[in-house]
Design a protein. Sequence first.
Length: 84
Amino acid sequence: MSEIPEITKQEATLFAVSAEDQFYDRKSKDVSGKGIQKAVVAFANADGGELVIGIRDGYSEATTFDFWDGAKDVEYFKMAIYKA
């Protein structure tokens, strides 16, 4: 199984508050495989980008961690990609 890196509270907040644009996109853990593929293809057709899975939209500073919606292990995300 792949190792899941730990991130700091500061990094978590940065992921949640960063504006989505052509170089950064965030998706909830329930994004479809097609949704992941669409984002990755868009980055591939541009100059690359960063895709973060496990954060819902609707951020407010008071509830940063309420929008974290991760999975217990990386296998959950691997399966989402293959379900496309």
